[in-house]
Design a protein around this ligand. Structure first.
Ligand SMILES: *[C@@H]1O[C@H](CO)[C@@H](O)[C@H](O)[C@H]1NC(C)=O
Ligand SMILES: *[C@@H]1O[C@H](CO)[C@@H](O)[C@H](O)[C@H]1NC(C)=O
Length: 491
């Protein structure tokens, strides 16, 4: 957010006009409230209504991985007696429904210390200002017809360094519970560069009045109004998103040839699947690639996403490379990890594989944190499986696939302890019966066949050499001496 990854969150400023119209008359009868949010996603998965305001749920409340900043306008007494005791309050929340700081709703009169109480759910429009300068957050409220008080209601130091991520969405969330209100946002401006633009108050819509007791509106009409107001807020949110963050995660510029690739994934989905390529989702790091675990938002399936950071020059020839990946996506064998697809974004290439639960053969053999030791039978079954997979690649499929990076860390072990050869990131395709081309020598020290190092020709034979080295490691009793030699890449 707010610029490039390296910069820390600098500042933002927002002002908006809200109106909370309870369904029944009298203070304290409506619920539950409205919140301004900064969040890493447009969705709040699993969010609950009521006190959670559609942002958190009982599981993730207080979790540091939420990365959510919220300013709540709460109209119901807080939960669990821990905080938020006044039902009519404004609070600043980090990752949790428990406010870091909260004040009952009032405004300072002019420049004095005198205050005037305000009722959030009066149904009258209230203007709010939220300003963050990198150190302090100020929250100010006043009735719409009274200009901004010079003293904020809340002025508190907060650190958003661990909250704000590269891309954040600004928006609103509101919820009802047993008590209900209609929550409206009548106008909104937001800026990450200086003070948010003033709102032209004369152009704001008015919130629909509360139904008169005994009126002919039934609950369905109220529900419709509430739904429409949510849609309005969403539209506003999307608008802001497009104007502010278009150049970030949103846009995907595609070249013509990319359009008819059935295995192309949308970057947006991968970004969501890996929670924004979050550190905590990393399941492997090698050479110039990082592997994330992800759950695809569209289907809910678990995948492994390998993010290869390339330089511009190595992207050259990407079209051919992608054509090969499209072919590799058709490989199907019980001892191969299925390559589901790919995605290109700027200098990054992303490859999407099936997620295999038990990790790699390398980690099963050499990671001292592993609780159990593979039996000889299991080891034998695993190397037979790799051989089956390689045979399929070399001889049984329509093209000859030279894997070029057979090694224990590229052999994954599935739930049934069968080997699945993975990582076709370096694979090359040949027609049956053609000569091997000279390529850059890629692979891992120890696994590279002597003739490959000499003539640069990757072939089925050099794969078999690597397979032999991999198998010998699987059967070596004393493995510790090999640690540390295995993740060497040359390229
Ligand atoms: C917050 O309010 C304090 C006190 O009025 C003021 O000194 C400070 O400049 C304000 N900060 C921001 C970010 O508006
Ligand atoms: C931020 O605002 C200043 C003036 O207020 C302007 O000169 C500058 O170009 C703006 N920066 C961005 C990134 O919009």
């Amino acid at each position: 957010m707010f610029g490039d990854k390296s910069s820390s969150p600098s500042s933002f400023s927002s002002t908006f006009v809200l109106a909370i119209v309870p369904s029944s008359s009298g203070r304290g009868l409506g619920g539950h409230g409205l919140a301004f949010t900064l969040s890493p996603s447009k969705q709040f998965p699993g969010a609950e209504a009521g006190h959670y305001m559609g942002i958190f749920n009982s599981e993730n409340d207080e979790s540091p991985s939420n990365h959510i900043f919220a300013v709540e306008f709460d109209t119901v007494n807080g939960h669990n007696d821990r905080a938020d005791s006044d039902g009519n309050h404004v609070g600043v929340n980090l990752n949790s429904m428990y406010s870091n700081v909260s004040r009952s709703a009032y405004r300072f009169i002019g420049n004095t210390d005198q205050t005037e109480d305000m009722v959030l759910e009066s149904g009258d429009p209230i203007q709010a200002w939220i300003e963050y300068d990198g150190k302090f957050v100020n929250v100010t409220i006043s009735p719409l017809n009274i200009s901004k008080p010079s003293k904020p209601l809340i002025s508190n130091p907060i650190d958003l360094t661990h909250i704000v991520q590269t891309t954040m969405y600004a928006g609103f969330s509101a919820s009802t519970g047993q008590k209900t209100s209609s929550h409206y946002i009548l106008g909104w401006s937001f800026s990450t560069n200086g003070t948010a633009p003033m709102l032209d108050i004369s152009k704001l819509p008015t919130a629909p009045a509360r139904e008169k007791d005994g009126s002919s509106y039934d609950r369905r009409v109220i529900a419709l109004i509430a739904a429409l107001s949510t849609v309005t807020v969403l539209l506003l949110g999307i608008l802001i998103y497009f104007t502010l963050y278009k150049r970030n995660v949103g846009s995907e510029s595609l070249e013509d040839w990319e359009l008819d690739c059935p295995h192309r994934f949308r970057y947006k989905d991968l970004h969501a699947a890996t929670k924004g390529f979050k550190q905590s989702e990393i399941i492997g790091v090698g050479g110039f690639a990082v592997v994330y675990k992800g759950v695809l938002p569209t289907t809910g399936t678990e995948v492994a996403v390998k993010k290869i950071t390339q330089t511009q020059s190595s992207i050259h020839g990407l079209k051919e490379f992608v054509a090969e990946i499209e072919s590799l996506g058709r490989l199907r064998h019980k001892n191969l990890v299925y390559l589901q697809g790919w995605c290109k974004r700027k200098n990054d290439l992303l490859l999407i594989y099936d997620y295999i639960p038990n990790g790699s053969l390398y980690s099963l053999l050499f990671d001292q944190r592993q609780a159990f030791v593979l039996s000889w039978e299991q080891r034998f079954n695993i190397i037979k499986g790799i051989a089956d997979g390689l045979l399929y690649l070399h001889e049984e499929w329509e093209l000859v696939v030279v894997h070029r990076d057979v090694k224990s860390s590229n052999v994954l072990i599935d739930a049934d302890m069968n080997a699945r050869l993975g990582d076709f990131g370096l694979a090359r395709l040949y027609d049956h019966g053609t000569d091997w081309h000279t390529t850059n020598v890629v692979g891992t020290i120890g696994y590279i066949a002597p003739e490959l190092a000499r003539n640069g020709k990757a072939s089925t034979s050099s794969d078999v050499f690597a397979y032999g080295y991999c198998s010998s490691k699987s059967f070596r009793g004393e493995s510790r001496s090999i640690r540390g030699t295995s993740s060497w890449w040359i390229g």
